[in-house]
Design a protein around this ligand. Structure first.
Ligand SMILES: NC(=O)c1ccc[n+]([C@@H]2O[C@H](COP(=O)([O-])OP(=O)(O)OC[C@H]3O[C@@H](n4cnc5c(N)ncnc54)[C@H](OP(=O)(O)O)[C@@H]3O)[C@@H](O)[C@H]2O)c1
Length: 295
């Protein structure tokens, strides 16, 4: 397939480009600056423009754009950046997919769609929940509508916490645990829907290549764990103790109450029903296996 990837400089996007090429696909990258390599095509999401030759002969668009959700405190201005950096690029890409008759759009979204799920098992048929992250994901997913309306196969990737050797959540956590400052967050009963980067990439490729897959797809490991279980597994994988309990009020102070509550102190027990029904098999079926593979 000829695939064009937006957000290709990110944690997931940069590895996805390599994974797709290894699998024999031709990959172009949409960049928001002057192209510096033969595989790059320029676009400007706020201006709604894409290089006219970028989409010729493209079989699928993968959209992994978005400013980092937990990178900064959620001021009103930051929340607007988080929304605009998802909805606007998605609107531009969905319109392009519709206009050029591109058959497939694989679009980022997140398990945050479900809001605070408590300990309920969340499959893709669950309704969206409350809070900013849920609203962000609803908007992001809704922005793909023109592509579906034009008959494209649209896949909505509801990704969990990606466990990667090269950054993301585990970078700062590893530093804390190495300094013997590791511990669960509050009572640790909130679910953390992890997925290994290996499986995240394989699942995106699976969604691209399988015509039967469309609509929301949970990208999270088959055995979700609580923050308490995750903390123990991570400490064990590093051979460090993690005796501390980080109280909720401390997280509120450092990150702001809303971000701390939505991204750290509540969670989702998401299960990958759509992937499993479609015949996807995970390389890392447990969080212990996923963490061991990072050592
Ligand atoms: N990593 C996770 O654990 C995780 C979990 C759930 C959901 N997700 C979502 O999956 C997507 C990819 O995740 P990631 O971890 O690869 O994210 P990332 O490393 O932060 O990369 C996101 C990419 O989005 C593009 N981007 C950043 N700001 C933008 C803006 N203002 N407008 C348009 N594009 C912008 C950039 O690519 P260019 O500079 O190349 O344009 C950036 O490299 C994100 O939307 C993220 O929210 C990630």
């Amino acid at each position: 397939m000829r695939v064009i990837v937006a957000g290709s400089s990110g944690l997931i996007g940069s590895s996805l480009v390599v994974e797709l090429r290894k699998a024999g696909h031709e990959v172009l990258r949409l960049v928001r600056r002057a192209p510096a390599a033969a595989d790059e095509r320029r676009w400007n999401p706020p201006a709604g423009s894409i290089d006219p030759d970028a989409l010729a002969g493209v079989d699928a668009v993968v959209n992994l754009c978005g400013a980092g959700v937990a990178d900064r405190r959620w001021t009103e201005a930051r929340k607007q950046v988080l929304r605009d950096s998802r909805s606007v690029p998605t609107e531009v890409l969905a319109a392009a997919v519709a206009e050029h008759g591109i058959p497939v759009l694989v679009n980022g979204s997140a398990v945050g769609f479900y809001g605070d799920g408590g300990d309920r098992m969340l499959t893709e048929s669950e309704r969206s929940g409350d809070g900013f992250l849920a609203m962000l994901c609803r908007e992001w997913e809704a922005a793909t509508e023109p592509a579906s309306a034009a008959g494209a196969r649209v896949v909505l990737l509801r990704t969990g916490l990606v466990l990667s050797p090269g950054g993301g959540l585990l970078g700062p956590l590893r530093s804390l645990f190495s300094l013997l400052l590791g511990g669960r967050l509050s009572d640790g009963q909130q679910y953390w829907p992890w997925i290994s980067l290996t499986d995240e990439l394989a699942a995106i490729r699976f969604c691209l290549e399988n015509d039967g897959v469309s609509g929301p797809v949970n990208l999270s490991g088959p055995v979700p764990v609580t923050n308490r279980e995750f903390t123990k597994a991570f400490a064990d994988s590093l051979g460090r103790p993690a005796p501390w309990v980080i109280p909720g009020f401390a997280l509120h102070l450092v990150f702001g109450a809303e971000l701390a509550e939505e991204a750290m102190l509540t969670g989702q027990r998401a299960v990958p029903k759509a992937l499993e029904n479609a015949g996807f098999s995970f390389t890392h079926g447990t969080v212990q296996l996923a963490l061991a593979a990072l050592r």
